[in-house]
Design a protein around this ligand. Structure first.
Ligand code: B12
Ligand code: SF4
Length: 502
């Protein structure tokens, strides 16, 4: 009979700050009590490959599962899964997470990934293990993608589960493998920051977003009481003193946010989460004041663009407008909650000229946001297509000549890695000249307004870098800011996705 132990792998995603590996931990929770499991965390291992092979050599493992985000996680996920297949052909390999869910074909065609989980793995994974151990068919198990006679098979999809019904995360067992202290790092919010995930999916359908094909506009969140109970545990057992909510959209329900805030008032913990502007703009003044009182210091908002036509094109418009983005930045100031606005530049455009015009208009808009509320944190991404099949945007992207790599290994090419990191898009309409324009502006902006999130930057460094950038920012001459880039390389570590992520 196939051995039932499971090895779960979290490939390295950051060199800078390891966070609680919630993806594999939640998968572990789904098999806890049924099968034995271990986690190997690439963020904390110098040589995860050998650690994994050592475990597998014991002969007790029948299953290898890896979570995979696009980008640098592939750098370990691909060669290590391939090695597992070569050295232990009897072990079943399973990939889950955003990369394989959005690119199942290329993952399975590699020949070393047996199953992809598309969506939550909380029921699919234990069911799959049991079926394989008991030699039963897998075609009735939800959220699976696999190859049968060379053809891609997708089983019925369940986008979300009622989160409150899922088991608690096995923090204690994780602590025995990797002491939790290593995961509770210093951040702008506190000195031992907890990473917590409180909801599945998102109720919206933005045409550029990787969450949409997986969750298809469904959302379900844990109750305020359940979140509070978990946070109390992490505070009391491990000393957590601040929280980063890793939900795609934490603030969907005002009622839940208000209830959570009421519970958190006594805890003295700062927290941060991700939201939509149009959603939080509907919150009452009382809720916003309550959130701040309860420790909400900063909220990440996908502002995306100041152009209403573009907002419509990305299916974000109708509700969110450029005028609202500006007004809302001022509203947040009133409540002393820092809005962290992310903008995406380089949307599909007919040619270089149109693309350049768009980029210049966005730069101008970002400056207006900063004028309204200088505390607004600005994050600039370059548009990287995701396969949102059926959306007008993806159709346009394809018609303009863009396509994804056909082979899994091709994703390891540095150019595609930069694509994943939303640094260099490989989209035909963005020329290197425009990419430089965006990056140069970003360098000047980040220097003139150093982020409060960079806890390693001293007061002196902040002042020095700001003074150096002042003339460029005021005059709008951004080109070739070598002096700023040099300083940033050594001083500004935050928001460099290859080091950090967010
Ligand atoms: C935490 C996080 C990170 C951390 C890394 C965490 C880690 N693993 O060590 C950091 C901050 C380093 C990071 C970096 C990046 N991230 Co990130 N990250 C997240 C975030 C916020 C939470 C992930 C998480 O913990 N989810 C909680 C768990 C419970 O949910 P889950 O992962 O979906 O897991 C469920 C299922 O997917 C499935 N599943 C997942 N894995 C597995 C594995 C197995 C074996 C099985 C059976 C099932 C399974 O079952 C799970 C339980 O239901 C997500 C957004 C989100 N809310 O998920 C983005 C997200 C995954 N990241 C994203 C991106 C793009 C990145 C970056 C590539 C770029 C960037 N600048 O942000 C960088 C990469 C940098 C790098 N060096 O690799 C995107 C992916 C988009 C896409 N195109 O596919 C997301 C979706 C954010 C977004 N909305 O844009 N990230
Ligand atoms: S609101 Fe955010 S998470 Fe939701 S679909 Fe749009 S971009 Fe994606």
């Amino acid at each position: 009979m196939k051995p039932s132990n499971i090895l779960l792998f979290n490939p390295r995603a950051t060199d800078y700050k390891a966070r609680i590996p919630n993806s594999v931990l939640q998968v572990a929770a789904s098999v806890e009590g049924l099968y034995d499991w271990v986690i190997v965390d690439g963020n904390l291992e110098a040589d995860p490959e050998n650690k994994i092979l050592d475990y597998l050599r014991t002969g007790q493992f029948g299953f290898f599962g890896s979570t995979v985000m696009p980008g640098p996680q592939l750098r370990q996920a691909i060669p290590i899964t391939r090695k597992v297949r070569e050295q232990f052909p009897g072990i079943t390999t399973v990939w889950g997470g955003y990369f394989p869910a959005n690119h199942p074909g290329v993952s399975l065609d590699s020949g070393f990934v047996d199953y992809v989980i598309d969506g939550p793995g909380d029921k699919a994974f234990p069911d799959l293990i049991t079926a394989l151990i008991e030699n039963k068919p897998v075609d009735g198990i939800h959220n699976l993608v696999y190859l049968k006679d060379g053809k891609l098979v997708r089983t019925p999809k369940v986008n979300i589960y009622p989160y409150d019904e899922l088991p608690d995360l096995p923090y204690e067992k994780l602590n025995a493998l990797y002491p939790m202290q290593q995961y509770l790092g210093k951040s702008f919010l506190g000195s031992r920051t907890i990473a917590y995930h409180s909801s599945f999916g998102c109720p919206f359908k933005c045409a550029f977003c990787a969450v949409v094909p997986i969750y298809q506009a469904k959302w379900n969140g844990k109750s305020a009481e359940r979140i509070y109970r978990d946070i109390k545990l992490l505070k009391e057992a491990y000393g957590g003193d601040a929280i980063e909510f890793h939900d795609n959209n934490f603030f969907v329900s005002e009622k839940r946010t208000a209830a959570f805030s009421r519970l958190m008032r006594r805890e003295g913990m700062n927290w941060w989460g991700e939201a939509r502007i149009d959603t939080v703009d509907k919150y009452s003044d009382e809720t916003l004041a309550l959130m701040r009182e309860a420790g909400c210091r900063m909220i990440f908002f996908g502002a995306e663009s100041g152009n209403d036509n573009l907002l419509d094109f990305m299916d974000k418009g109708g509700k969110q407008t450029g005028a609202q983005i500006l007004r809302f930045a001022s509203r947040m100031k009133q409540f002393d909650i820092i809005p962290e606005y992310s903008f995406v530049l380089g949307w599909p455009a007919a040619d270089e000229h149109e693309s350049l015009r768009q980029v210049e208009a966005e730069i101008d808009f970002i400056r207006r946001v900063k004028d309204r509320n200088p505390a607004t944190e600005i994050i600039i991404y370059i548009y990287s297509p995701v396969p949102t099949e059926g959306s007008e945007m993806f159709k346009k992207v394809q018609s303009l000549g863009f396509s994804f790599p056909k082979k899994l290994e091709d994703w390891l090419d540095p150019a595609w890695e930069n694509f994943d990191l939303r640094k260099n898009p490989l989209t035909p309409w963005l020329t290197p000249r425009i990419v430089d324009k965006i990056r140069d502006f970003e360098a000047v902006l980040n220097a003139y307004y150093p982020t409060v999130s960079d806890v390693k930057l001293s007061g002196f460094q902040r002042k020095a870098i700001r003074n150096l950038a002042a003339l460029r920012y005021r005059t709008g001459v951004y080109g070739r800011p070598y002096e700023l880039k040099l300083l940033q390389r050594y001083w500004l570590k935050y928001r460099q996705p290859e080091k950090e992520g967010f």
